[in-house]
Write a protein that binds this ligand. Structure first.
Ligand SMILES: NC(=O)c1ccc[n+]([C@@H]2O[C@H](COP(=O)([O-])OP(=O)(O)OC[C@H]3O[C@@H](n4cnc5c(N)ncnc54)[C@H](O)[C@@H]3O)[C@@H](O)[C@H]2O)c1
Length: 103
């Protein structure tokens, strides 16, 4: 499934050097993952959140590795969260970007 990850210019440079988006901080239940959204506009907001330019990476991930972001409300099915435009985490160490959009 196609999802997006937004990051600032510094993060984007590091991701391009590494070739992968790395799992971030521990979150819910101590699991770590890559924060993703089905909404391009939401990824743009994350990319620009620290001021300055940013980058939105487009990724393709298997739905099996996704969990709902607990901050997305009281919906626990990943399918429902995505349909509602909520955020998810890919529970993997790295995700390889397919495309990037400078924003
Ligand atoms: N970033 C998004 O597009 C996005 C999408 C949905 C939800 N969220 C929410 O925003 C909050 C913060 O998310 P976050 O994405 O900033 O995660 P995070 O707070 O765990 O921070 C990890 C940071 O490291 C960066 N990074 C990834 N790979 C890297 C690499 N190879 N080298 C250097 N830096 C790298 C990420 O872009 C991110 O800025 C979370 O609570 C999450 O729920 C973010």
């Amino acid at each position: 499934m196609k999802l997006y990850h937004g990051t600032d210019a510094e993060g984007a440079e590091a991701i391009n050097n590494d070739g992968v988006i790395k799992a971030g901080h521990s979150y819910y239940g101590g699991v770590s993952g890559v924060a993703l959204t089905p909404r391009f506009d939401v990824a743009v907001d994350f990319a620009l959140a620290h001021g300055g330019d940013g980058v939105v990476f487009e990724v393709e991930v298997d739905e099996d590795v996704l969990v709902a972001d607990p901050e997305s409300g009281n919906i626990d099915s990943v399918e429902d969260v995505i349909a509602a435009g909520g955020s998810v985490y890919a529970c993997v160490n790295t995700v390889t970007p397919r495309k990037q959009h400078e924003v």
